[in-house]
Write a new protein. Structure first.
Length: 221
């Protein structure tokens, strides 16, 4: 089937939308590793310093799960430290009790609101809309092979939706990894996450970027 310029543009826009949907909503803005630390942690206690216990469990479970997929024995902190704000002595005691050689801690340190411009987009009326005969008939039978169907094309030019400005909220978080034997910082990262209203998706994205940074610095993997 010969592809029209309209259908080619439509396919390109679909591909771009799919790529945009798969992009991580969290990015690592900076990370660091102590060059003198040459080991790789085997067991890590994961602790999210957030007051919302549901968010804490989701975050610690996701981080532990993704670290576990990389061969790290990771323990979600809420299992052994169920309180909202465990003190330092309790954390230290549980690190020893778990036999962990590293402690991972993360918290939100700031937030910002950014105004961003969303450009206008073209809209191609489906060919079945050009007359109601084809549209009505299309409700009861599939389009035959080679028919344009709902692909863009036909005699009419596209219409355009106007651009607009939106306010997006970004959360800035820091994550630190400490050597359990010395309590010294061995790795640190700052991240920026865009809030889109789906906590679990944001948490998966955040954990994925944390694991990627740890792998890049040679601490896991």
């Amino acid at each position: 089937m010969k592809r029209t310029p309209y259908s080619a543009a439509f396919l390109l826009s679909v591909v771009l939308l799919c790529l945009a949907a798969s992009c991580a909503s969290t990015k690592v803005t900076s990370d660091w590793k102590d060059p003198s630390y040459q080991k790789r942690p085997g067991k890590v206690l994961v602790l999210a310093l957030v007051d919302d216990m549901t968010q804490r469990r989701l975050l610690e479970d996701e981080l532990a799960g993704q670290l576990g997929a990389e061969g790290i024995d990771a323990v979600p902190g809420y299992i052994v430290l169920p309180g909202a704000r465990p003190d330092r002595e309790a954390i230290q005691a549980q690190v020893r009790a778990a036999g962990a050689d590293a402690l991972f801690m993360t918290r939100i340190v700031d937030r910002k609101t950014v105004q961003e411009y969303v450009p206008g987009t073209p809209y191609y009326p489906p060919t079945a809309y050009y007359d109601w005969y084809n549209y009505y008939g299309g409700l009861y039978r599939p389009y035959p092979p080679g028919h344009l169907g709902y692909a863009p094309g036909g005699p009419y030019p596209p219409s355009y939706s106007p651009g607009y400005t939106v306010e997006n909220v970004y959360y800035i978080a820091e994550a630190n990894l400490y050597d359990a034997s010395t309590a010294k910082l061995i790795w640190s990262a700052r991240t920026e996450s865009r809030l889109r209203g789906n906590d679990e998706r944001e948490i998966r994205s955040y954990a994925g970027q944390i694991v990627k940074s740890l792998k890049k610095q040679g601490l896991i993997g």
